[in-house]
Structure formats: C-alpha cells, structure tokens
Design a binder for this molecule. Sequence first.
Ligand SMILES: Nc1ncnc2c1ncn2[C@@H]1O[C@H](COP(=O)(O)OP(=O)(O)OP(=O)(O)O)[C@@H](O)[C@H]1O
Length: 258
Amino acid sequence: MIEISNLTKIYKLSSKQMKELKTKKNIKRAVENVSIVANSGEIYGLLGPNGAGKTTTLRCIATLLKPTNGTIKVSGFDTVKNSEQVRENIGFLTNEIKLDPQFSPEYLFHFFGKLHGVEDKIIEERQEKLFSYFEINDFKDKKIDELSTGMKQKAAIAVSLVHNPEVIIFDEPTNGLDIVTARSVIDYLKQLREEGKLIIISTHIMSEAEKICDRIGIIINGQKVADGTLGEILTKTNSKDLEDAFFELYKEYNKEEV
Ligand SMILES: Nc1ncnc2c1ncn2[C@@H]1O[C@H](COP(=O)(O)OP(=O)(O)OP(=O)(O)O)[C@@H](O)[C@H]1O
C-alpha cells in the first residue's frame, strides 16, 4: 500500500533554470498538496502532461527525493524515516536508470540480488522466470552495451524485480519501446497485479492508462485534479473517453503561474 499525504515538492532553481523556464521566481512548485492512496493488487496510473509532476512524485515515493512537505508511506514505512525498509519493498524503474554497460544481464541480476540479500537459489529461480518471460536468455552473457534499446530496458526491468518487491514503481514503462516489447512489459505488469502486487506507473498515453489502470490520478501543474476509476473520472467530467476527460480538466486547471 502507498499512502501519499499532502505531498509538496519545491525545487530551488539555478539562474540558468530560471532563464530556461522564463520565470523570475527562484523556486518551482513541482508537486503541490497531492494525496493518493493506492492498494495491493491494483495498477494505479499517474496521468499528466509533460512537466506535470509525475516523475517528481514517483521519485519521492522511491526515496530518491525528500518531500518539501507532506509524508509518504510504502507498506507502512515512511520514505524519509524508514527509507531503507521502503527500498526493500519497492522496485523502481525509469528510462534514466541505466545498467552498467560493461556488465552482462546475468551478472547484474546476481549482483543486485545479493545486494538485496536474496539467497543464491532464489536468485537462480527468479532469473529463470524473468529471463524466460522477457526472452533475455540468449543475451544474458552479452555486455549491456551490445544489447538493443528494448533488450536493455527488459534487462533493467528484470534486475529491478530481483528482490520480488511488493510495490513496483515504473516511470513511463513503455517509453521508447517498440509495440511488441511494450506489450510484453504491460502484460507483465498485469501478471504482477494478479500476484497481488501494487504497481504505480506514470504515463501521458491515454490509451495505456485506459487499458491497464484500475485507478487513475490526473495531475496538472503539480496538482491532482481528479482521481478514481475510469468510470468515475468520465462521470465527473461528463466525458465519453479519457482524452475528453483530460482536456476538460486541462481547460479548467492549466493556469500557468509565472
Ligand atoms: N531537479 C529539478 N530542478 C528544478 N526543477 C525541476 C527539477 N526536476 C523537475 N523540475 C520541474 O518540476 C516540474 C515537474 O517535473 P516532473 O519531471 O516531475 O514532471 P513530469 O510530469 O514527470 O513530466 P514529463 O512527462 O515531462 O517527464 C517541471 O516544471 C520541471 O521542469
């Protein structure tokens, strides 16, 4: 379970960032007063346009950023006070996390398994399962550097799941993947949901959110402007699909602060 209570994250901006963002303020409120509860056995989707605050929220959950205000609990552990326990309970993946190019998927799978304190026998079993599913076996001894983009991403996913985490956090899980690889990743997330895991993803792809998310939180300019099942969001916005609902909310809430 993830409980986000009144999360606010404010970044301090360098003068270069202020110039780039065309703002006179030296701070950026990336996330403002966001509260979310997500439960085991569901896929929760954070949906929002570029710069909405999705990645910042996920990085706070994953203990990589400290909230400016508010608290986050993962499986009952506070992300600031019990960050180690939180890290044991999560698998975190983004496109920015790159596996070391000079090592092989098999080496890295074992390396991270040991780092998480997983027994050798269990590492072997999980490797067998994950490498077969993601069709990594033929490439398991090759250097990461020599793998295709899709294969690198699949290897990174397998490695991020070596400790069988209860909560899986994926920042734009299908970004940059071809349609076949994207489908296998999505199908695997559904399988994890069947196993009772909680999966929280960020996406700006409406069809992806519509298809796989049990509940969706829509974030615009750092604020959660709606959440619920697809049906609940459509009813609230009087819309026929998620894209329409999103634009209704976007019209209402996209007031840039400069
Ligand atoms: N390290 C940082 N320093 C300053 N501002 C930042 C930093 N990281 C993100 N921001 C700003 O915070 C806001 C939210 O960014 P974030 O990356 O969380 O959004 P996002 O919804 O994940 O966007 P995208 O879909 O483009 O990845 C943006 O305006 C971004 O420019």
